[in-house]
Design a protein around this ligand. Sequence first.
Ligand code: NAD
Length: 306
Amino acid sequence: MRVGMGTWKLDTATAADDIYNAIKAGYRLFDGACDYGNEKECGDGVARAINDGLVRRDDLFIVSKLWQTFHARDKVEPVCRRQLADWQVDYFDLFLVHFPVSLEYVDPSVRYPPGWFYDGEADIRVANVTNQETWAAMEGLVDAGLVRAIGVSNYQAQTLYDTLRYARIRPATLQVELHPYLQQKELVRLAHAEGIVVTAYSSLGPASFVELDMDRAKSVTPLMGHPVINAMADKYAKSPAQILLRWSTQRGLAVIPRASEPEFMAQNLACTSFQLDQADMDRIAKMDLGLKFNQPTNVLLVLEHL
Ligand code: NAD
């Protein structure tokens, strides 16, 4: 499946309808996470679509992610079971380690989702748990039949290579931020050489981070509005979003754009219905700025000083 739908920042008030409408529009893959705080509502949308006979469970491909506070071996399965209950399904098709950073456990009865901060405000507490311990517990989820496949997210080359040294079950996918301003060429080459599927997130570039009022995102030319992308949109009679998504899918990547608007949902799903010519692929390849937007900088600054 080349095109799925993202669920980060889907409002809890509308997420169930968004998922239901997306299924009606033809989406089959959904990308969720504990951290998005809307898994229950997304699950309501799935349940309604199944009850209405639009799809069966096995027509869908549901992805979720393990949050950092649950990396210890005894915490992985309980939170996965909770997330399955939220989605109202008895297995995930794919479960990802969200970030390769372990944080101190926060009991779900205290706060769920727990987020980055131990106290919910500013206190970063790193836990003494290795990625190897977490991966073994992820493999245990496959053994227990709770998930069909496991993968990683926000891993760079070193972490990915390290995982491959000890993995009994190899990561099926790598999900990373990827758009024309952050093309990740070496990482994609490495993952593909290892037979790992790469999923691009935030494929539309700064748009998702302008929503968060992020200065770095507001300071660059929006990709959906960039003269190069707009010219291609005119040439192919497609929207700028479709050009961006087609550039990724033509590189052999999966994409998971998020949309609530029916016309955006339809456009995004149809992004593989045309072909960019090589000159246009090459032109977009020149737009790389190495510009990453999804950087929890405050957290990384703390980690750098450990
Ligand atoms: P995105 O690149 O999908 O952009 C979403 C924004 O673009 C929204 O404002 C939406 O309204 C708008 N948009 C969508 N389709 C459009 C269209 N056809 N025309 C015009 N505007 C359009 O951003 P995202 O949500 O950051 O990324 C997609 C998904 O990737 C997320 O929802 C989430 O599931 C996943 N993700 C994962 C991680 C991770 O750490 N693993 C991080 C970020 C996102």
